[in-house]
Design a protein. Sequence first.
Length: 201
Amino acid sequence: MIVVMKGPVVEKSQALSFFYCRKRGEKMSFQYDQYLERHRSNVKRGFDWLSENLPEITKEATNAGWNAEFAHDKSKDEPDEYEPYDAYFYGNNRSYQVVQDYQKAWLLHIYRNPHHWQHWILINDDPKEGEIVLEMPYDYILEMICDWWSFSWQSGDLLEIFKWYNDHSEYMKLAPKTRETVNDILGKIKEKLTEEKILAF
């Protein structure tokens, strides 16, 4: 059975997995578009929760709210990120080329988006200078935490982030003040969530 779409005629199974973007003309995955929409929405939900429940955390921010609502991961709409991500996660193909393209796209994404801690690692040419981990600006720390937390909002378990962070924190290369700030914010979130859970009973 075939399905007629605006554009090429495709098999029904393919029609369910992608559509043709009239704006740019390239193949786009419906699944990946849904994921991006949900992820961005959950990043905003996290920031909105912070603003409502822990306003002392967000009042120091200048652009984190804007970034969370309007700018988060917008570079993933660019073809040099979108297409490799789509192929890697939704293309049912992990060939050498697909993996290489994805890794390059991930590296591009890191350098385009300062809310990733990897963005702030400077690898010098001079071996004597080595690797330097820079402090992250506060706004990007907030966006980073909302980015991590978005998966908890998706799963419905808002406490999930704490196990995830516990499992990954030692691997992360965070400058001292940045790590202190991250731990402080996460501690306040956990305390507030625990308090709300107790009150609910």
